[in-house]
Design a protein around this ligand. Sequence first.
Ligand SMILES: [Fe+2]
Length: 397
Amino acid sequence: MKKLFFIIFFLILSSNANAGCDDPIADGVDYSKCKFSDGQDLQGTFLPNSNLSFASFIQVNFDKSIMMNSDLTFGTFSESSFIRANLYESNLGGLLKLDGFEISFHEKSKRIINIKIEDQIIDRLVFPFKKFNITALEYKPFTRFTIAKSLDETASNKLSNFLNEIIKDRDTGCFIIGPKNNSSKIDQTFLVKLSTAITHLIGNPNHDSMAGKYYARFHVKHEDNSDSYLRKAYINMDLHTDGTYVREITDWILMSKLEEENVIGGETALLHLDDWEHLSDLSDDKIGQQNFIWGSPKSKNIDYKVEHPVFSKDSDGKPIISYIDQFPEPKNMDQGLFLQRLSDALEGSKNKIITSLPVGSAVVANNYFWLHGRKPFKENKNLSRELLRIRGSFFNN
Ligand SMILES: [Fe+2]
């Protein structure tokens, strides 16, 4: 029997999900989230009833293999071959099925998963969410885990795993989640609790110094006299990552739209690093790998500066980015010109995803390989949008 060779294992999510990454090929093996070396010849292998969800097989030859009744959902099979493979009753669907959740790919990118929460789930959340008021969630961090568990239980405890798989997978890394329908049960308090529950299935929130809490709520309005682009409605907020100027690890971000009125424009802009035309050009540049100094304006309430490069590498050696236009303080001409080139190359990308986030929905993204921004709003004196943000680290960080 041919032997599989594994490049790496992901030892992150549920305790038993990856237990079998180095098991020999057999009936019913669990290779979920495993990555196999490229170009292997696995012709004629026997692995029926196996879990290959989220697994990665590049240029692998599965011709004449027996893979019946296996789960291949969400796998990466670029240039792999399945000629005369037996895939009878295998699940080739791209996405998990969860009762009460409508799960689909985003209409503009398969890297973004849409998760719409149906009314029956919202109804089941009302009671456990009422158990704690917002003050309790702010003052007693353990209560946030209680409501997070309630959310997971509405999905037979499968939501947590699913969200973690999406957000940690380099191929996806982003989901948009929110109630499918509006109802009187879904007010802003409910949405704060829902966002809290979602994030506490992924990791711990960072203290948001701007708000002095684990989350920040803020308005974007017609008038603004703040000192950052965050609330400047009529100026493009360029693509960036969060947490560039703080010491805390910022693995993920959640941005939730609590309400909006008189809004035209202001769409969310998103760019996955691997879709960016200039990635290798900029990430291979030695200047981008140098330490930059990052400060922040007064409203951010951070009284220190940090140093880090714009580009570094993840554990797979793939480039990751930590960048925002306003806060790096270039030390010299080389750094200044590099940042200008980077800014132009990001804003000039044709692969940005421009999307309107529905009121009540949250976009949750991996902060290492997704950049986010906002298009300008159309001028309106009565313009108002309220947003909530939570940023944090994964539980295993
Ligand atoms: Fe941001």
